[in-house]
Design a protein around this ligand. Structure first.
Ligand SMILES: *[C@@H]1O[C@H](CO)[C@@H](O)[C@H](O)[C@H]1NC(C)=O
Ligand SMILES: *[C@@H]1O[C@H](CO)[C@@H](O)[C@H](O)[C@H]1NC(C)=O
Ligand SMILES: *[C@@H]1O[C@H](CO)[C@@H](O)[C@H](O)[C@H]1NC(C)=O
Length: 389
């Protein structure tokens, strides 16, 4: 429901907390998944990879600028399952402890040193065993017709272990999976439920965010007939009642985030998923969206940020993407042109202003609410709002 200004004020007066509120806002930190691409799809390329050379989770200086100057309270940190659980171990509860330590240092820096919230983001498209041609390579987790595929139970065991390691950190949010696609929605539901069950069995009360099929696309949530996310994802059961929905939404013609031109009106395209969220009393994060530095993208980025701020189903967002290893490359929305990233200090090829300068600072950053949650358990209910301490 969209409130008019006066009815929103009335509701806020009668029912504290009932008006639309963004509790968590920030950026994706993408670089932990880097270094595995192979033009010839050679399996194992870049594994385990050299930390600090081929991949890295965050730059502390970048997180400092985002958190201290731009007052964001949320960073979504990408990592690869094949690095956390090497192929020789298989997906599950046995981790590469050296790799885990690097990851934990990044999460602790964000949550403990800076006091912000962090989403753990396995950037694996619900696939495991071959990231060499992500997002399409690797066996779909839980595919019982594929003897090389990790099982649903292994996915649960992985999340149970990861959750137990962060269960005492209330600022850690569990993003179950980045952009599942091209798989049966029933299998997606089974995998997500296995993860939720394992997380709660591990005693972790943390906020979980559950993705949809079809790349988690908000515009497509109610589409696809029987396979539509709107027929499945609300069936998830969380005994702790602390699971929100993880939506992605780009603004270009095919919703891929590949193109410079913004042509897809976010309010119109999100109407279906928003109605579904409302019907099932669910809250959501949009953890990927973005746009280039065109006038149309400025309008539509303001549009999607305002839409989230005005619709109570949305409680958080992270823009795609900052991260220390982009260099002049762009995370989205430039037709492959090198306009840099949202990483503070990044530059376009040739040294011109980056998307940080042209999109983050003048557009997105202005929509970071002055008051966000800075303490307590991340929750579908949000928490106490205050200015950055
Ligand atoms: C574990 O990670 C470290 C650091 O990246 C790496 O040197 C080592 O080879 C990895 N071990 C396995 C089994 O992948
Ligand atoms: C599952 O594995 C079979 C056998 O490799 C394959 O034909 C099928 O496409 C896979 N299903 C998915 C959803 O990837
Ligand atoms: C966007 O930024 C790039 C890199 O700085 C620049 O070359 C380009 O002219 C900008 N585009 C617009 C529409 O301002």
């Amino acid at each position: 429901m969209r409130f008019s200004a006066s009815s929103a004020a009335l509701c806020a007066a009668l029912l504290p907390g009932a008006s639309a509120t963004i509790y968590y806002a920030g950026v994706a930190q993408s670089s932990g998944e880097f270094g595995v691409w192979s033009a010839t799809s050679t399996k194992g390329t870049g594994l385990p990879g050299r930390f600090g050379v081929e991949y890295q989770f965050i730059s502390t200086s970048g997180v400092d600028v985002m958190t201290d100057q731009h007052k964001v309270n949320l960073h979504r940190v990408a990592f690869l399952l094949e690095r956390m659980c090497p192929l020789s171990y298989g997906l599950g509860a046995k981790f590469n402890e050296t790799h885990f330590d690097h990851f934990k240092q990044a999460i602790d820096y964000i949550t403990k040193t800076k006091g912000a919230y962090a989403i753990l983001d396995p950037h694996n498209y619900m696939r495991y065993n071959d990231p060499s041609s992500q997002p399409f390579s690797g066996s779909v987790i839980g595919n019982t017709s594929d003897p090389t595929a990790a099982t649903t139970a292994q996915f649960g065991a992985f999340w149970g272990e990861l959750a137990s390691r962060f269960a005492s950190n209330e600022k850690v949010i569990f993003g179950l999976m980045n952009e599942p696609h091209d798989m049966p929605s029933a299998l997606l539901l089974a995998n997500l439920q296995a993860a939720i069950d394992a997380i709660r069995a591990a005693g972790a009360p943390n906020l979980i965010i559950a993705p949809g099929n079809a790349w988690s696309g908000g515009h497509y949530w109610t589409k696809g007939g029987a396979e539509a996310n709107s027929n499945w994802i609300h069936k998830l059961v969380d005994p702790a009642g602390n699971t929100a929905i993880d939506i992605h939404e780009y603004l270009d013609e095919d919703f891929s985030g590949g193109h410079t031109a913004c042509t897809q009106d976010p309010a119109a395209n999100l109407a279906g998923v928003t109605a579904w969220l409302r019907e099932h009393k669910l809250k959501a994060f949009i953890t990927e969206f973005g746009g280039s530095n065109t006038t149309a993208c400025t309008t539509m980025l303001n549009g999607i940020l305002d839409y989230m701020a005005q619709n109570e189903e949305y409680i958080g967002w992270t823009a795609w993407a900052a991260g220390p290893f982009w260099g002049p490359n762009s995370p989205c929305c430039t037709d492959q042109k090198q306009f840099g990233s949202l990483e503070p200090g990044s530059k376009a090829a040739g040294g011109g202003p980056s998307l940080y300068d042209t999109v983050w600072v003048p557009v997105m950053q202005k929509k970071v609410p002055a008051k966000l949650q800075w303490g307590g358990l991340a929750s579908v209910k949000g928490g106490e709002l205050r200015e950055k301490p």
